[in-house]
Design a protein around this ligand. Structure first.
Ligand code: KG4
Ligand code: ZN
Length: 333
């Protein structure tokens, strides 16, 4: 409602995300309503290389960041004057890619004397649960499974978590993508593998589930097992692709579900949530049916989750943020 004493403008958080191959901008209100959420994926550009080429990603972010930002403002029916804070992913991710978003965010915030909130990408994924009509309230156990990370997090309050376990080799999304590649599904193939698996028999092949100590994960063995299965089938492999996809997906999902259940038993946490690109997987969504899943459009990388996380992170006042740097990995944070 507009009127005296009720400022209609300057109440939006502008989120910017460029950590990998999605250029994204979003406008979110302080109480977690998503006014716009624009994601421009570069996947097609990287597909012929079978993975993200960092230098190409950075250049494409440069071309896209302003148009994507303009589109986010337009869809929200907002102007830059309505923005009261700029939030941007600082890491982990590809440093060159991150720097494009970070520089754009700094320039925008600086030119308008606004505060800037550097956001951790993983906190962003968790904060995808705090948007919309029914935001999740901590404490909860969170499975974060994406193309770059696979972790079990103990979330006691918004804006903080403790890592209970993580992958010791490949991330779950990476395992989906590598499997998809072996099955000729292109890059990034997680969603395509999910669709193909729906038409196959998940019991036709028995792929191993690695059981590493503690609450960690390992996905390199199952990927190699798929490689051998495809090789052994030779020319017959084509006809069995759906069965291979279904059985492979079954092994990946089982590994995620088992560890999540173990963590829940160990911590005694009542609520379980799942976030990150792999949270879009239909079998995982069906297998952890008592868990809260991030909304489908907020599972893969986006900027609404970054703006959401900014609400629970430290804002740097103008102009203290000009020297803020990006970081590639969590250890360097
Ligand atoms: O969170 P995200 O967009 O990027 C990272 O932060 O890494 O996750 C992308 C990952 C990719 O590996 C992609 O193949 C996977 O999420 N993914 C899926 C599905 N949709 C996306 N994996 C399995 N099933 C899906 N439906
Ligand atoms: Zn991500």
């Amino acid at each position: 409602m507009e009127g005296p004493g009720c400022r209609s403008g300057r109440q939006l958080i502008l989120g910017i995300e460029t950590s990998c191959d999605e250029t994204a901008a979003a406008l979110v209100t302080a109480d977690g309503r998503v006014r716009s959420n624009v994601v421009s994926s570069q996947a097609d550009l990287h597909a012929r290389f079978g993975g993200v080429v960092p230098e190409i990603a950075s250049r494409r972010h440069l071309e896209l960041v302003l148009p994507v930002l303009g589109e986010a403002l337009e869809r929200a029916g907002a102007r830059l004057d309505d923005v009261e804070q700029v939030a941007v992913t600082r890491g982990p991710g590809l440093v060159g890619a991150l720097l494009v978003g970070l520089s754009a965010a700094k320039a925008l915030a600086w030119s308008r004397r606004l505060p800037l909130v550097p956001v951790d990408h993983l906190q962003g994924h968790v904060a995808s649960l705090y948007l919309g009509e029914e935001p999740l309230e901590p404490p909860f156990l969170c499975l974060l499974a994406s193309g770059g990370h696979t972790m079990l997090l103990d979330v006691r309050e918004r804006g903080a978590f403790t890592v209970l376990g993580e992958t010791i080799d490949d991330a779950a999304g990476e395992a989906f993508d590598k499997g998809a590649r072996l099955l000729g599904l292109g890059y990034p193939g997680g969603a395509a593998l999910d669709r193909l698996a729906a038409t196959g028999d998940p019991e036709s092949f028995s792929f191993p589930i690695a059981r590493v100590p503690g609450l960690d994960f390992s996905f390199s063995g199952v990927k190699t097992a798929l490689l051998y299965a495809v090789r052994d089938l030779g020319a017959d492999g084509d006809a069995r692709r759906a069965d291979l996809a279904a059985s492979y997906q079954r092994a990946l999902v089982r590994a995620l579900v088992e560890r999540t259940r173990e963590a829940r038993a160990q911590t005694g946490t009542e609520k379980v949530a799942v976030v990150g690109g792999v949270a879009a997987n239909s079998e995982l969504r069906g297998s952890l049916d008592d868990a809260v899943f991030a909304p489908l459009d907020l599972c893969t990388d986006n900027a609404a989750m970054i703006a959401s996380a900014a609400r629970y992170a430290r804002a740097l006042p103008y102009p203290d943020y000009l020297a803020v740097d990006a970081y590639a990995s969590r250890e360097a944070a």
